[in-house]
Design a protein around this ligand. Structure first.
Ligand code: ASP
Length: 599
């Protein structure tokens, strides 16, 4: 190695040493013929100085000419002596900030084009738009914040692997080119050249492979697995993402949860040197929906929902009556006076009304608690007894502001949950730097469409159902209002698996066609088993307090699934398509029939 140290290494204990550093010219300034250069690499920044007066036995003119070529972000090498910085110019925020290197010789290793973004310490607002960061991602990644994110992610995964290996898990890679199956999201399809007209699908998750690994007696499997789902862009989704995927044999739900708690606590200790409080709380799904309007609520603040259907059911208020008759729900949030409920004025209330309409709710009923009673245009329908019960249920005191939502059960609870989150943001109730894990448990096996009665798997069709096929033995790990991952006990009896497929509306032929291979595997002594997968991108994003998962992925796609770095997806040459026996469908190749399009 030519370099003797990295740009983060040198300290006052190195004074007088002859060193060689290599790195990038982050910043340079000239003070009356003395050049100060911030030399940067992944490990830090060291100030190196060209000081002709202080440099003996060296052709300083020649050296100066080399230093003059050191443009921003060029990669250079300097040799020199470690010395103290001039008193008063030390930089305490930088670990190398007490020393500098007096340059005795230097070399330009590779000149950089003028960088389109500022890489040095970001002052507020200096960072360019995300498009520029994506296009020049290799420069964006040079920023210390991004380097830290990459190092943190790497450490996280390393700790996970270390723990799982210690628990006898083996890492097994499963195929990325698999079979297109109808469950879950849309597949990315890959045409086969050797078998024209047939296609692989990029695997949405290793689910079936990991279950077959249990049939294969592997007992404990894990993988840092890349998963591919062709979904429309949503806020924090990427077409490819990473899961820490696991499966275990001869376990029940508690065994899997215990294992994950041990894993997360181990990672926590490794990252923060702190003991994480385990076991995590359990929150039943029906309670989560009823109290928080979400299957992954943020429990770090209150603003709980109160179901009021029973309380107001006798009020002769038409809208409520209709909703109740149709099996709907009335739910409310109390914005207490001490959360500034009394400061939310009429205009703001109107904005919340507009907000709930925007998220698809019919409307918002509101009331203020004043002089021991409630003030609202609907209280005329309430008997004193209803008012008293409502106040009791919602723990109302003077100065509180009440928001009520009414409508079909699930949609209304979800709407109220979204409103709850919005209020928490607006009222600044979400604590920073505090994390809260819990398990969502007691989930249903199926989501049933209230209108058509059609069933969808609540998690996926491989979850072990209870005897009535109503609840599934499945659970979600949640953190700060996010779902980190889902796990479950799996079906290991082929007949139960077929029954679940049947309840999902699958014919015997379709079952055989799409899942015959898997049903066959289950029929050869599949052990009781279960597992889970944790979303690594999201987990790391939350721990680092980032706004988007794109900030913890080296080369992400943008919000519309495009990689601005290499401009994918892109057209391919016709001869490549010919080989695959695929016709080019590029828009500009499509010939319009003029006559037909004339009108
Ligand atoms: N395969 C599931 C998923 O992708 C996780 C699991 O059940 O292990 O979300």
């Amino acid at each position: 190695m030519l370099r003797t140290h990295t740009c983060g290494d040198l300290r006052p204990s190195d004074l007088g040493k002859e060193v060689c550093l290599q790195g990038w010219v982050r910043f340079s300034r000239d003070h009356g013929g003395v050049a100060f250069i911030d030399l940067a690499d992944r490990y830090g920044i060291t100030q190196v100085v060209f000081d002709p007066e202080a440099t003996k036995d060296v052709d300083v003119n020649a050296l100066g000419a080399v230093i003059d070529t050191f443009s921003r972000e060029s990669v250079v090498q300097v040799n020199g002596t470690v010395r103290n910085r001039v008193e008063g110019t030390e930089d305490e925020r930088n670990p190398t900030g007490a020393i500098e290197v007096l340059i005795r010789s230097a070399k330009l290793l590779n000149k950089s084009a003028i960088p389109p973004l500022e890489i040095g310490d970001q002052k507020e607002g200096v960072l360019p738009g995300e498009d520029v960061r994506m296009k020049y991602r290799y420069l964006d990644l040079r920023r210390s914040e991004m380097i830290h994110a990459m190092e943190f992610r790497s450490r996280f995964l390393h700790l996970a692997g270390q723990y799982l290996e210690s628990q006898k898990f083996i890492e097994i890679e499963t195929p990325i080119l698999g079979r297109s199956t109808p469950e879950g999201a849309r597949d990315f399809i890959v045409p086969s050249r050797i078998h024209p007209g047939t296609f692989y699908a990029l695997t949405q998750s290793p689910q079936l492979y990991k279950q077959m690994l249990m049939v294969a007696s592997m007992d404990r499997y894990y993988q840092v697995a890349r998963c591919f789902r062709d979904e429309d862009s949503r806020k924090d989704r990427q077409p490819e993402f990473t899961q820490l995927d696991m499966e275990m044999s001869f376990v029940d739900s508690k065994d899997i949860q215990d294992m994950i708690e041990g894993l997360v606590a181990f990672i926590w200790k490794g990252l923060y040197n702190e003991d994480l409080q385990i076991p995590f709380r359990r929150l039943p799904y029906p309670v989560a929906m009823e109290k928080y309007g979400s299957d992954k609520p943020d429990l770090r603040y209150g603003l709980e929902l109160h179901t009021l259907t029973e309380v107001v059911k006798d009020a002769p208020y038409n809208i409520f009556q209709k909703i109740i008759a149709n099996g709907g729900i009335i739910t409310g949030i109390n914005i207490k006076k001490d959360l500034a409920g009394d400061k939310i004025g009429r205009n703001e209330v109107d904005r919340y009304i507009a907000y709930v309409k925007k998220i698809g709710m019919g409307g918002l009923t509101w009331m203020r608690a004043k002089d021991g009673t409630l003030d609202s245009n609907i209280v005329k329908y309430f008997t004193p007894e209803i008012i008293e019960n409502l106040k009791k249920e919602m723990e109302v005191e003077d100065g509180d502001l009440l928001f009520l939502l009414a409508g079909p059960r699930k949609a209304t609870l979800e709407g109220a949950g979204t409103l709850r989150r919005k209020l928490a943001e607006d009222l600044d109730l979400i604590p920073k730097g505090v994390h809260d894990f819990f398990w969502l448990v007691d989930c249903p096996m199926f989501d049933v469409d209230p209108v058509t009665g059609k069933k969808d798997a609540f998690h996926h069709p491989f979850v072990l159902p209870d005897e009535k096929y109503e609840e599934g033995f499945c659970f979600d790990l949640c953190l700060d209002g996010n779902e980190l991952g889902s796990g479950s006990q799996r079906i290991h009896d082929v007949e139960v698996q077929k029954e679940v497929f049947r309840q999902l509306g699958m014919s015997e032929e379709k079952m055989e066609e799409d899942f015959g291979f898997f049903l066959r595997a289950l029929s050869y002594g599949a052990p009781p088993h279960g597992g889970i997968a944790l979303g690594i991108d999201r987990f790391v994003t939350i721990l680092l307090g980032k706004d988007t998962i794109r900030d913890v992925i080296a080369f992400p796609k943008n919000k519309v699934g495009t990689s601005l770095l290499d401009d994918s997806p892109a057209k391919v040459d016709d001869d490549k398509l010919d080989e695959l026996q695929i016709m080019s469908m590029a828009i500009d190749d499509i010939e319009f029939d003029e006559e037909e399009t004339e009108e």
